[in-house]
Ligand binder design. Structure first.
Ligand SMILES: NS(=O)(=O)c1c(F)c(F)c(S(=O)(=O)CCO)c(N[C@H]2CCCc3ccccc32)c1F
Ligand SMILES: [Zn+2]
Length: 263
């Protein structure tokens, strides 16, 4: 498995050596700047289906060495886009206890504490994620900005198990819960642009939707996300903390960011 990191000799400035798309166009994340925005009245509210999972269902919560991820059942999908986009997994990007800013997208240079991504693939055209991941109309990712504030009971549904996946490739089964509760209340207010995976291989295959309104988690919840995990395996002699797992904003080039709302 090719190794890449967020800092050091395998850090993001070195990604293009092994992953050429990372040095290409249409890269994500970006700084969502006011001057790039254009109101688009055709942008409909995001509609998600089957996000409210029963506690009788089991989800896999895992540490893949780059993030904490939850694998999602294929009945979950986005129904308001031109094609059906079926959910594959969700994961997070965060800062560290000493530097609590770790979102990937920034808004007028403001970096949030963390960011959640719900990854979907175009299941009208492709049979699975692997076939969709490098196609220009392959993926749709919902981005949720996260700031430190009130306690978030929905996040607690998986955060309370995070000590069971401290090391790379550890996984635990958790009960299903309402994934919709991880999203902000308003799914009608969002930024929309064409971009890429924010990790290698950085394929320019993502229709990005970043919701305007952040969600909050408590400082204690943020610290458990930012301090519980290691990117190294349990048996490795020198454990490597997993934090600061965010790519810096990329050049917007001539890209316009569409917005579904008027101030
Ligand atoms: N920010 S991002 O671009 O949304 C993003 C990540 F940042 C991220 F870390 C991951 S990862 O956790 O899989 C670790 C490294 O790929 C993904 N995985 C996607 C793309 C790769 C293939 C694949 C296959 C099945 C399910 C999900 C995915 C990712 F899409
Ligand atoms: Zn991501």
């Amino acid at each position: 498995a090719a190794k890449w990191t967020y800092t050091g000799p395998e850090g993001e400035h070195h990604w293009p050596k092994h992953y050429p798309y990372c040095g290409g166009a249409f890269q994500s994340p970006i700084d969502i700047r006011s001057e790039l925005l254009r109101f688009d009245p055709t942008l409909r509210p995001i509609e998600v289906q089957n996000y409210n999972l029963s506690p009788n269902e089991q989800l896999t919560l895992g540490n893949n060495g780059h993030s904490v991820q939850i694998s999602l059942p294929s009945k979950m999908h986005i129904s308001s886009l031109p094609h059906r986009y079926t959910a594959a997994q969700l994961h997070f990007h965060w800062g560290s206890s000493s530097r609590p800013a770790g979102s990937e997208h920034t808004v007028n240079s403001k970096q949030y504490a963390a960011e959640m991504h719900v990854v979907h693939y175009n299941s009208d055209k492709y049979p699975n994620m692997s076939m969709a991941v490098d196609k220009s109309d392959g993926l749709a990712v919902l981005g949720v900005l996260i700031e430190v504030g009130d306690f978030n009971p929905a996040f607690e549904q998986f955060l309370r198990f995070i000590s069971g996946i401290k090391y790379r490739d550890q996984r635990v089964q958790i009960s299903g819960f309402n994934i919709r509760a991880l999203l902000p209340a308003r799914l009608d207010e969002y930024y929309r642009y064409d971009g890429s995976l924010t990790t290698p291989p950085c394929y320019p295959s993502v229709l990005w939707t970043v919701f305007r309104n952040p969600v909050t988690i408590s400082r204690k919840q943020f610290l458990s996300l930012a301090t519980a995990l290691y990117s190294s395996h349990a048996q490795d002699s020198s454990p490597v903390p997993l934090n600061g797992n965010y790519r810096k904003p990329q050049l917007a080039d001539s890209r316009v960011v569409l917005v579904s709302f008027k101030e």
